[in-house]
Design a protein around this ligand. Sequence first.
Ligand code: DON
Length: 474
Amino acid sequence: MYLPPSGLFTGLLEPLLLTGLWTSDPRLRDCMRHLRQAMRESAGTVMVDQKLFRKCVGANILLLTQAFRRKFIIPDFEVFASNMDQLYYSTQRQEGGHVADYIPQLAKFSPNLWGVSLCTVDGQRHSAGDTKVPFCLQSCVKPLEYAIAVHEIGTEHVHRYVGKEPSGLKFNQLSLNDEDKPHNPMVNAGAIVISSLLKPNSNKAERFDYVMEYLKKMAGTEYVGFSNATFQSEKETGDRNFAIGYYLKEKKCFPENADMIAALDFYFQLCSIEVTCESGCVMAATLANGGICPITGERVLSAEAVRNTLSLMHSCGMYDFSGQFAFHVGLPAKSGVSGAVLLVVPNIMGIMCWSPPLDRVGNSVRGIHFCQELVSLFNFHNYDNLRHFARKLDPRRLSLDDRNKSVVNLMFAAYSGDVSALRRFALSAVDMEEKDYDSRTGLHVASAEGAPTYFSGIKLFSHIACTSPYCSGL
Ligand code: DON
């Protein structure tokens, strides 16, 4: 078949994009390389013959099959993406809040900036708004730093120095728990101590590269940058953090031989690491996926490190709003003073929201609103009942319409003895035990029709026992 480049798009790429896969997905690298090569080599039209088709899909056949058979965690991604767009636009109307202005690098951002990106555990992607603009992670780096520390040196070692309890105090409070440890890794004191635990015997440059490498892997090699201007400003205006540092030193919170000033410096650097919504949501998706980056398949963090991190995000991630957020949203999240909210829907997806205006507590006004709306629409709250609570949408399930269509097609093929259709359904992973409104399976319908030509078709699913009350025992 000859396809112009636009035909190549509508014929091959558009259906692929509707499944949620992006052409930049590293897992589709070979497929995209062959397609681009074919486009370069052809003048205007591309001959998509069997050879080219095989070459393009061959290397990525498993992923493509999964995509087109709707076997991803969100089977009807098109509908889901349009729901997310609606949430995005309704949240855009939220006014109010103030952009952080303690340093010029944060104050410069327009209050109108607003972006949301998501990446599922199968690497399905969707973005709306200002999702390619770099911003600093600020406190969103705290759970990532903690996860790296637990992955590298273990839970026991890390928690020798830092607690696990919400502080009930401001994130930059000069305060320790009654064992003289920082309350948890999500407050400044905890993050500063943890920055002294990472690669203690390396020099500053090695330590920075080491964390950057981890973050890059979590982001599936997408954008992770560094704002030197932010780093310099954080240091210049960081009196409170210096005070915390000296207090931690006085109370012997650091490991022996740790250099407190170096730990502080590293903490300021970590806050100044940049992402976009698009790369940040892949980091969140790595957490949602138990530590394996969905778009590269690489294990970046241990399951234990991820579980600890999500638990602490859940109880301590949203400043003084953490309890309310856990109550209303019921999902692990971490916010930062840049207006970022890193949200994890465990085993489903990671989301990065970003909008600079902050509320009184320091959370992004639009970020919080979006998270609340998200769990009002979908049954993502940790304690939403997945079996009996039908008022919310469950995007993990195909719609009733789609399931009905598939039952009708199956029954019709069984009724009319269309063996090749039955084979096609079986090969494309249709559930051959699907039942109609009378609990009849295709086997029952085919048997009821009784013609011998149906036999080979019936044999395809002859292991199934029909449970219909109308069936006299097949
Ligand atoms: O430590 C600070 O003051 C900031 N650079 C971190 C800001 C932040 O996002 C607050 N987080 N808990």
